[in-house]
Design a binder for this molecule. Structure first.
Ligand code: GAL
Length: 437
């Protein structure tokens, strides 16, 4: 009986990976909105695509070039109702741009809204799902970001939102062209519950801005599970907080989307940006760059090309999850952990307070979700930012396990990969990690 149940379980989880079979790992790419806002045009998009190649970002997996809001003309085609691009911004037409992006070996994405208008007031796709999906397919589009503005009140229960977003999901699938379907309804009605079978990713909150942890009332929710008004000016740590309870709902083919990255967009310190990139990678958010990729500092480039973190983001496993959050003076420390596809354990400690914190980690805390098997094991620790082996941690049979002591700088993060190591070496384990950010 048990094997049969297991077989059924794997059948259901395989079929959950959406009908289009895409985004089996979180999508990676670049989107025009965070940096260029409504100023997007053909030249900007082509220059971004070229830079993604010349900076070798494509080799790391950044493959989608995404045009956000404001690509549309004032009106649809009056005869056919088909969507039309703004010829002032895209003088050669969208099809030509898509062809050029494809010729560079990249994929192309576009934006619309499940409403009468987009958030910037261009025409939306509500009621035009079929003709829009067909037009996008005809242009060769590979990805649709689908927003939530002007939705005519067709939200408020999961079923109402499901129906509105499923209309586009079905229209995309009916074209026969594989297109990643990226829902952007800001977490309204809990898409992590109702959209697993219809979308490849779903935004979980209001819009991000390049800020570490300010509380701006225009991002009004205190808890993602009880959020009626998503808003904008959501800081990195607030969005991370929102994601904490719903990591369990994210997985292959259907990812929680914590919004596009703000690395390289000023206003955050190096450590704050390391935290932002690390956590987006580890909770398996799509990694969509939101900066000007034609002009990047060495620092920005170093952060967005951390291959060890990208490898974990892309390993097909679900997110790492939060084990605890503890208050300290004017902030908190947090422990997150989870497993990689090749049986390593990832754990990370964050410090949101204005002072360096000394953090004592309990072995059982970090390895709790991995079960008793790990209780008698020794691990080698690899620091994913320092890129070196810093410590061993464990306990040979019969010896007591010890705490790991870490220094975590203000607004910073330590990220470790723990790999099972022979028990003999545990005796020489250092008790304190010497290197820190
Ligand atoms: C928002 C969305 C942003 C951006 C913007 C465009 O609703 O969350 O990511 O797409 O609309 O107007």
């Amino acid at each position: 009986m048990v094997p049969r149940l297991l077989a059924l379980a794997s059948f259901f989880s395989a079929s959950l990976a959406l009908r289009n079979g895409l985004a089996l790992t979180p999508p990676m790419g670049w989107n025009s909105w965070n940096y260029f806002s409504c100023g997007v045009n053909e030249d900007i998009v082509l220059r971004a695509a070229k830079s993604m190649i010349s900076y070798n970002l494509t080799r790391l997996g950044y493959e989608y070039v995404l045009v956000d809001d404001c690509w549309q003309a004032d009106t649809r085609d009056p005869k056919t109702g088909a969507p039309v691009e703004d010829k002032g911004r895209f003088p050669n037409g969208m099809k030509d741009l898509v062809d050029k992006v494809h010729a560079m070996g990249l994929k192309f994405g576009i934006y619309s809204s499940a409403g009468t208008y987009t958030c910037a007031g261009r025409f939306g796709s509500l009621g035009y799902e079929e003709i829009d999906a067909k037009t996008y397919a005809g242009w060769g589009v590979d990805y649709l970001k689908y927003d939530n503005c002007y939705n005519e009140g067709r939200a408020g229960t999961p079923m109402i939102s499901y129906e509105r977003y499923n209309n586009m999901s079905m229209a995309l699938n009916a074209t026969g062209r594989p297109m990643v379907y990226s829902m952007c309804n800001w977490g309204e009605d809990g898409p992590w519950n109702f959209a697993i079978e219809i979308a490849n990713s779903y935004r979980i909150s209001g819009d991000i801005y390049p800020n570490y942890n300010d509380f701006d009332i225009r991002c009004p929710c205190t808890d993602v599970l009880d959020c009626k008004l998503a808003g904008f000016h959501c800081s990195v740590m607030r969005i991370l907080d929102f994601s904490a309870p719903i990591g369990q709902k994210s997985g292959s083919g259907h990812w929680n989307d914590l919004d596009m990255l703000e690395i390289g967009n000023d206003d955050m310190t190096l450590y704050e940006q390391l935290t932002h990139f690390s956590m987006w990678a580890l909770v398996k958010s799509p990694l969509i760059l939101g900066n000007d990729v034609t002009s990047m500092t060495p620092q920005t480039l170093t952060i967005i090309t951390n291959d060890a973190l990208i490898a974990i983001n892309q390993d097909g496993n679900g997110p790492i999850t939060r084990r605890w959050k503890k208050p300290v003076k004017d902030g908190e420390i947090q422990l997150w952990s989870g497993g990689t596809a090749n049986n390593s354990i990832i754990f990370t400690v964050l410090n949101t307070s204005p002072t360096t914190q000394t953090v004592y980690l309990d072995f059982a805390d970090v390895f709790y979700d991995q079960g008793r098997y790990y209780a008698r094991q020794n691990f080698k620790l690899f620091d994913l930012w320092m890129k070196d082996e810093t410590d061993n941690w464990g306990a040979p049979a019969g010896q007591a396990q010890f705490n790991l002591t870490l220094e975590v700088a203000t607004h910073s993060i330590r990220v470790f990969r723990a790999t099972p190591a022979p028990l003999e070496s545990a005796g020489s384990a250092k008790r304190e990690s010497e290197k820190h950010l």
